[in-house]
Design a protein around this ligand. Structure first.
Ligand code: DC
Length: 236
């Protein structure tokens, strides 16, 4: 049976990997896994259940992870995210949910409980998976691995512009502090810390726009998968 190709895109928060993954998946006609959304959905579930803290409830949270009732629905170029049948697309992006997500993501039992769910997204014709440990833990056999990075200052500036464009007035120094704190937690946790897979291509996006990032990724995929019938490929 033909192997279903997986392209992993890992990197720190606010680096633009979610947008890059969405553009690449759309260009290739592949499925998309936003693994951060799974941690955010689980985080929201714990908040809704009124769990005051995470570390003391690791086993219960891992069992919640195994029974999560979630769905991703295409909605006019965007993805609607459902938890227990309710549209929570906006709510999972709040700071409170992001902070709780980073806490639940540090629990080994939770990460183990989400493995099968994540691997289930690998369906024909292929998958683009974005997160922190896609290339190292979830899909170590992925055909193409990328690690996207940018300095914390550049990421804070981009996040600031994104929020300003939405009419939100946020202090850039506090954004930078949050990004540094989250990087620190994600890179230094014991389980599945954020780091590039040994066989990942590193792309630093300090000087690159999102469409340049997408082009570099697509070029790399074409080199790695010369036999894959990719749109516009001269090999197919
Ligand atoms: O990418 P994001 O900001 O939506 O991720 C939310 C949190 O989940 C973040 O703190 C890192 C964590 N996460 C993770 O540990 N592993 C993943 N594969 C994806 C996200």
């Amino acid at each position: 049976m033909a192997v279903i190709p997986v392209i992993t895109i890992d990197g720190p928060s606010a680096v633009g990997k979610g947008t890059a993954a969405r553009l690449v998946a759309a260009e290739l006609g592949f499925h998309l896994l936003d693994s951060g959304a799974l941690y955010r959905l689980l985080a929201l579930k714990t908040l809704r259940l009124g769990m005051p803290q995470v570390a003391a409830n690791a086993a219960q949270i891992a069992s919640l992870a195994e029974q999560l009732d979630i769905a991703f629905e295409a909605d006019d170029g965007n993805t609607r995210v459902l938890l227990d049948g309710e549209d929570v697309s906006a709510e999972i992006r709040t700071e409170a949910v992001g902070a709780r997500a980073s806490e639940v993501a540090a629990l080994a039992d939770v990460r183990a409980a989400l493995l099968d769910l994540q691997r289930g997204f690998r369906r024909a014709p292929g998958l683009v998976a974005d997160g922190r440990d896609m290339g190292t833990v979830v899909f170590p056999d992925a055909q193409v691995k990328l690690f996207i990075d940018a300095s914390a200052a550049v990421r804070a500036r981009r996040r600031h512009k994104e929020l300003s464009d939405k009419g939100k007035n946020v202090n850039i120094a506090s954004l930078l502090r949050e990004i540094n704190e989250r990087d620190d937690r994600d890179r230094n946790r014991k389980v599945a810390p954020l780091r590039p897979a040994a066989d990942a291509l590193l792309i630093n996006t300090d000087e690159l726009g999102i469409h340049q990032v997408k082009s570099q990724i697509i070029d790399h995929i074409r080199q790695c998968l010369p036999d894959q019938p990719l749109p516009g490929s001269t090999d197919c």
